[in-house]
Design a protein around this ligand. Structure first.
Ligand code: LLP
Length: 431
C-alpha cells in the first residue's frame, strides 16, 4: 500500500513532488497549496487492476476523496469508473469525461432530483440504501420510461475496527439495508417495476487496516446474494465491495494491494466457489488518492511557551479538517531540509482559525530552527483534504497543483474574496 514518501521526497535539499520543488511552487502560487503527483494516482490503480487478474472487475474511484476535475479526468482516462454521492459529484464526473456506464451512485440520502439527473445520465447503477429510496427510484424511472439498474446496499454488521466516525458497516450505523429488508424486497420485487435488481453492494468503513473485516463482510455478502437470488428467482450479475482499504500515514501497516486482491480472488475469482460468476466493483478512494498529495503551508509565527512552542502556520482546519475532526495523524516536514537539522523541541503545530481544535499536531518534536517564513508540508493529504475544505473564517480554500514528472499545472486557483461572497446579499426583501 502507498506510503507518504512514495512520490514526494527531498531533491537537492528541497522537498519535491516528483521532480518539482515545493518551494518553487509556493513562490509561484502562494500557500496554503495542495500539490498532487499524477503518477501516485495511477500506480495503485494499475497495481490493483493487475492484481485482480481474471476477476471481472470495475474500479470506481470514490469521488469524495478527491474531486478535482483534472484528477478525475486523469483517472477516467486510465480507465477508472466513478463512485459518487451527489448530483454535484455526478456533474464533476461527467465534466471530467467519465463514461456514464462506469458510474455508480451511492449515498444514504438521494433526493428525487438527484435520482432524475442520474437516470437521465444513464449511469451504471444505483446503490440503494433504503426501501423508501427504492420506491422513489422505481417511480422516477417509470416516469421516464427507463429501468434503473440497482445494487441493494447490504449492511453486513461487521466491525471495521476503524475510527467510529468512518465506520459504516455496523447495524447501528445509518447505512444500508439489513438482511430482512433485502429479503423482503426480493420477495416483493413486483412492487418496484422501474428497477432491475442486479447486484448487492457493501462499504464497511474507511482506513481499515486489516483484511479480516473485509473477509467477514465478503462471506456474509456471498450468503446474502444467494438468499436474494432465491427470492428474486434470477441471478445477480455484480457485487460492489466498496472501498475502505487503509494507507500508511505514520507507522500503520495496511494490507498490501496484492493481499487485498488475493482475498477478492479467493472469494470471487475463477477458482472460487463462485467461479467468477459476478463482476466485481470496487470503490477505492483513499487507496488511490491519500498518498498522492501534500498540503504546503508557511510558518507565520513561532510563539515560545514553557515546555512547548506554538508554531502557527497559514493552513487552518478549514484547509485540512482531518486532524480536528478525527484526531488524525499527518506527517509534517520542513520543505528545506536544512531547516530540519539541529535540536528539536516539542511544539504544537496550529492554524490561524479561532478554535483550539485548529491543531495539526500536538507536542510533536520539531526543529528549533524552523521559524516564520519557512515552508512545511503536511503529508498524505491527497484524500479527504481539499474535498473537506471550507471557507470558515472567510478564508479562501487552497489552490491545487497537479505535478507530472518535471511539469506542473495549476488545476484549481484559489477563489477571490469577491467569488466567496458572490451569492450573498446585504438586504433581501424581508424586513
Ligand atoms: N464507497 C462509499 C459508499 C463510501 O462511503 C466511501 C467513503 C468510499 C467508497 C471510499 O472509502 P475509502 O476507500 O476512501 O476508504 N473523511 C474521512 C473518510 C470518510 C469516508 C466516507 N466514505 C477521512 O478523512 O478519513
Amino acid at each position: 500500500m502507498s506510503t507518504p514518501l512514495d512520490h514526494f521526497g527531498y531533491r537537492r535539499g528541497t522537498f519535491s513532488a516528483e521532480k518539482v520543488s515545493l518551494s518553487k511552487l509556493a513562490e509561484e502560487f502562494g500557500t496554503p497549496l495542495y500539490v498532487y503527483s499524477k503518477a501516485a494516482f495511477s500506480e495503485p490503480f494499475n497495481q490493483l487492476t493487475q492484481a485482480l487478474g481474471d476477476v471481472p472487475h470495475l474500479l470506481c474511484f470514490a469521488v469524495k476523496a478527491n474531486s478535482n476535475l483534472s484528477v478525475l479526468a486523469h483517472l477516467a482516462k486510465i480507465g477508472a469508473g466513478m463512485d459518487l454521492v451527489s448530483s454535484g459529484e455526478l456533474k464533476r464526473a461527467l465534466r471530467a469525461g467519465s463514461a456514464s456506464s462506469k458510474i455508480v451512485f451511492s449515498g444514504v440520502g438521494k433526493t428525487r432530483s438527484e435520482i432524475e439527473e442520474a437516470l437521465a445520465a444513464s449511469i451504471f447503477s444505483f446503490n440503494v440504501e433504503s426501501i423508501s429510496e427504492l420506491s422513489l427510484l422505481s417511480e422516477c424511472a417509470m416516469a421516464v420510461g427507463k429501468t434503473a439498474r440497482v445494487a441493494l446496499r447490504f449492511n453486513p454488521d461487521v466491525d471495521a475496527q476503524t475510527h467510529p466516525y468512518i465506520s459504516t458497516g455496523l447495524k447501528e450505523n445509518k447505512f444500508g439495508l439489513d438482511r430482512s429488508e433485502i429479503l423482503k424486497i426480493g420477495s416483493q420485487k413486483a412492487k418496484y417495476p422501474g428497477v432491475e435488481i442486479s447486484g448487492l453492494s457493501i462499504h464497511i468503513g474507511s482506513q481499515i487496516l486489516s483484511l479480516s473485516p473485509f473477509e467477514d463482510a465478503f462471506i456474509k455478502t456471498k450468503r446474502m446474494a444467494a438468499e436474494l437470488e432465491k427470492k428474486l428467482g434470477h441471478p445477480l450479475s455484480f457485487l460492489d465491495l466498496g472501498g475502505g482499504v487503509g494507507i500508511t500515514y505514520d507507522r500503520e501497516k495496511p494490507p498490501t494491494i496484492a493481499a487485498y486482491a488475493k482475498l477478492i480472488t479467493k472469494h470471487f475469482g475463477s477458482k472460487s466457489d463462485l467461479k467468477s460468476r459476478y463482476r466485481i466493483l470496487l470503490e477505492p478512494g483513499r487507496m488511490f488518492a491519500g498518498n498522492a498529495g501534500v498540503l504546503l503551508s508557511r510558518v507565520l509565527h513561532r510563539k515560545p511557551r514553557k515546555g512547548k512552542d506554538f508554531v502557527i502556520v497559514d493552513a487552518g482546519m478549514n484547509d485540512l479538517a482531518r486532524p480536528a475532526l478525527y484526531g488524525s495523524y499527518h506527517g509534517i516536514l520542513p520543505v528545506e531540509k536544512s531547516r530540519g537539522l539541529g535540536k528539536q523541541s516539542k511544539c504544537d503545530i496550529v492554524g490561524p482559525v479561532c478554535e483550539s481544535s485548529d491543531c495539526f499536531a500536538k507536542s510533536r518534536k520539531f526543529p528549533d530552527r524552523l521559524r516564520a517564513g519557512d515552508l512545511i508540508a503536511f503529508l498524505s493529504t491527497g484524500a479527504y483534504g481539499m474535498t473537506m475544505a471550507s471557507e470558515y473564517n472567510t478564508r479562501s480554500r487552497p489552490a491545487e497543483i497537479l505535478v507530472d514528472q518535471g511539469h506542473y499545472e495549476l488545476v484549481r486557483r484559489r477563489e477571490t474574496f469577491e467569488e466567496m461572497i458572490d451569492a450573498e446579499v446585504i438586504r433581501g426583501k424581508l424586513k
